[in-house]
Design a protein around this ligand. Structure first.
Ligand code: 13P
Length: 287
């Protein structure tokens, strides 16, 4: 069932669990994630970066593929197609293509410009029943060539953006995309707590879900995080499983070179990762 992310995240925040956003790259990713969500009876958000959207042949292809799978695989749990870290223009393109949710990453603009652009997008997204995420405080690491430093958001700026009517808010709390360096300081729960005090009921989003220890994830959920983004971890799991298959020479046996066989271990690895995350986030049986 294709839906916006608003209701599933409001329910998650009220129920003290989080819904996973798992980024998709291709058909294998999408199918593995959807099947796991159905098996776990969990709501799910499919994240699409601008780069991944382009790779998959454009936003229309993404929407067509997801809609086709929801029908063909009989997926009845709530599913949102969400633009991840979108520019202002990409948000409009995705809304037109049929995405049910968008993230406007205005974190690199001055707060005044972030406010102005977010205001416009909130109005246009809501007119079409599409949910919208905004970001305050750049998330560190690299995402599609954009490098952030992992700063902590100013809670007052979070409040200013929250008041514009966004449906959920990503606040930088020392989290970064990709693998965490050995000298990472951990999440700033002080910042998260201050943000939640000012933004109240608004579901908060934790980016950079890969490699955050389970106890920190659980604590973040108690402080208002209702959406957690995971990307790199599925990529690492997929690649390790396919590497193992090839290194064992299985592609050279019989019809082992068939791409469906070659990629199958990778798909199983994604499913295992997604299931573990859904269990950790508490979204199992919350569809
Ligand atoms: P990771 O790649 O670190 O899991 O982060 C994903 C993310 O936050 C996408 O926006």
């Amino acid at each position: 069932m294709l839906v916006s992310a608003t209701e599933m995240l409001q329910k998650a925040k009220a129920g003290h669990y989080a819904v996973g956003q798992f980024n998709i790259n291709n058909l294998e990713w999408t199918k593995s994630i959807l099947l796991t969500a159905q098996e776990c009876n969990s709501p799910v958000i499919l994240g699409v970066s601008e780069g991944a959207g382009k790779y998959m042949g454009g936003y229309d292809t993404v929407v067509g593929m997801v809609k086709g799978m929801i029908k063909g695989l009989n997926i009845t749990v709530p599913v949102a197609i969400h633009l991840d870290h979108g520019s202002f223009d990409a948000c409009y393109k995705c809304m037109e293509a049929g995405f049910t949710s968008v993230m406007f990453d205005g974190s690199h603009y001055a707060i005044e410009e972030n406010v102005e652009k977010t205001t416009q997008l909130v109005k246009d997204a809501h007119a079409q029943g599409i949910s919208i995420e905004a970001e305050v405080g750049a998330i560190g690491g690299e995402e599609d060539g954009v490098v952030g430093m992992g700063e902590c958001a100013d809670p007052k700026e979070c409040k200013a953006i929250a008041d514009l009517g966004v449906d959920f808010l990503a606040a930088g709390i020392g989290n970064i995309h990709g693998k965490y360096p050995a000298n990472w300081q951990g999440l700033s729960f002080e910042t998260l707590d201050a943000v939640q005090q000012l933004t109240g009921e608004l579901p908060l989003v934790l980016h950079g879900g890969t490699g955050i220890p389970a106890d920190m994830i659980k604590k973040a959920i108690t402080l208002g995080v209702a959406k957690i983004n995971v990307n790199t971890e599925c990529q690492l799991a997929f690649t390790a499983a396919v590497r193992e298959y090839i290194e064992a020479g299985k592609d050279l046996q019989g019809k082992g070179f068939d791409p469906r066989k070659l990629l199958a271990p990778g798909c199983e690895a994604i499913k295992k990762t997604v299931k573990e995350k859904m269990e950790l986030f508490g979204s199992v049986d919350k569809a």
